[in-house]
Write a protein that binds this ligand. Structure first.
Ligand code: FES
Length: 314
């Protein structure tokens, strides 16, 4: 679909690191509709894109007058958040139409679990559940209240359906307790990799059907200390070296090898491929522990290698 141009209508700092942007249509008229959980992918000046979830406190998802996103400044990212934080009222931005990789089922009770900036899609989900008169609760955890965006608006909007958790006051959130009280609700998790990994493992341990667990990662893959280059061999025998700081997808694309991918964060599963030889170093949140241990498939947008070479079915 054709890209959309929008104009920045308002910029509001929410915390030291998080700023919200209201975006309107460049020409008079409404913007495309979306559903709770959807995001926009913004074009960056360096040719890359960056995804931000759409925030709605009032569930006005149909042809809205404006979009609201919240952007957290990343200190060691690739510059996308710096560009977004540099936007001012009147600036024009280009983005893809809303896309939803994190759909909400409003016909089932829900527990929404958000960590840090992962609150953004959850606000839209809570609004949609409220309008649908569905049973839900929103658990929002962060290091301190000062680090967490939208707390006071959420208190006003959700009342006792909101449970705020501040690590500096209460320690690390007790996911066992949340999972044990899930009942027949679906669990939606959005936040850092560790929160998703632990929630999935605990849900698995409690025999909760995977179809009831939904998650979206809110963290780009970063180089880990100790990363080293490794080789990837594809079906025609060509071998590529994957340096530190680049992904398999990036290197294959640079060499005109067609690969499918989407999120580039390791949470959609689109880039998954078969491993014919070698040992993957899994960094996604898609695979189960059993799949990771088997080492027969991997997500090539984030995962690397523990062995000097991987032979992939590409
Ligand atoms: S592109 Fe989404 S998991 Fe790799």
């Amino acid at each position: 679909m054709a890209k959309i141009q929008g104009v920045i209508l308002a910029v509001e700092p929410l915390t030291d690191r998080i700023t919200s942007l209201h975006i309107g249509a460049v020409q008079d008229g409404a913007l495309p509709s979306y559903e709770a959980g959807a995001h926009l992918e913004f074009d960056l000046p360096n040719g890359e894109t960056r995804a931000y979830s759409l925030v709605s406190f009032d569930a006005k998802f149909d042809t809205p007058d404006s979009y609201l996103v919240a952007v957290q400044r990343e200190y060691d990212g690739k510059g996308g958040s710096k560009y977004m934080h540099g936007l001012r009222v009147g600036d024009v931005v280009t983005f893809s139409p809303p896309k939803n990789d994190f759909p909400l089922n409003t016909s089932a009770p829900a527990v929404l679990l958000a960590g840090g900036i992962g609150i953004t899609p959850m606000i839209s989900m809570a609004s949609a559940l409220k309008v649908a008169e569905q049973d839900f609760s929103l658990i929002f955890a962060g290091r301190t209240e000062a680090d967490m965006a939208f707390c006071s608006r959420l208190r006003d909007a959700l009342g006792d359906k909101l449970h705020l958790h501040f690590d500096d006051q209460s320690g690390i959130i007790d996911l066992d307790s949340i999972i044990s009280k899930l009942g027949d609700a679906h669990l939606y998790v959005c936040g850092p990799r560790k929160m998703i990994d632990v929630a999935r493992a605990k849900a698995d341990g409690a025999d909760i059907a995977p179809e009831r667990i939904h998650f979206e990662l809110f963290e780009a893959a970063e180089a880990a200390s100790g990363d080293v280059p490794f080789e990837v061999q594809i079906n025609d025998g060509t071998v590529f070296t994957i340096p530190v700081g680049k992904t398999i997808v990036e290197v294959l694309e640079e060499n005109d090898i067609d690969v499918m991918y989407d999120c580039q964060r390791g949470d959609c599963g689109i880039c998954q491929c078969d491993v014919l030889a070698g040992v993957p170093d899994h960094r996604d949140v898609v695979l189960s522990q059993a799949e990771r241990d088997a080492g027969e498939i991997m997500q090539i947008c984030v995962s690397r290698a523990k062995s000097p070479r991987l032979v992939l079915d590409i």
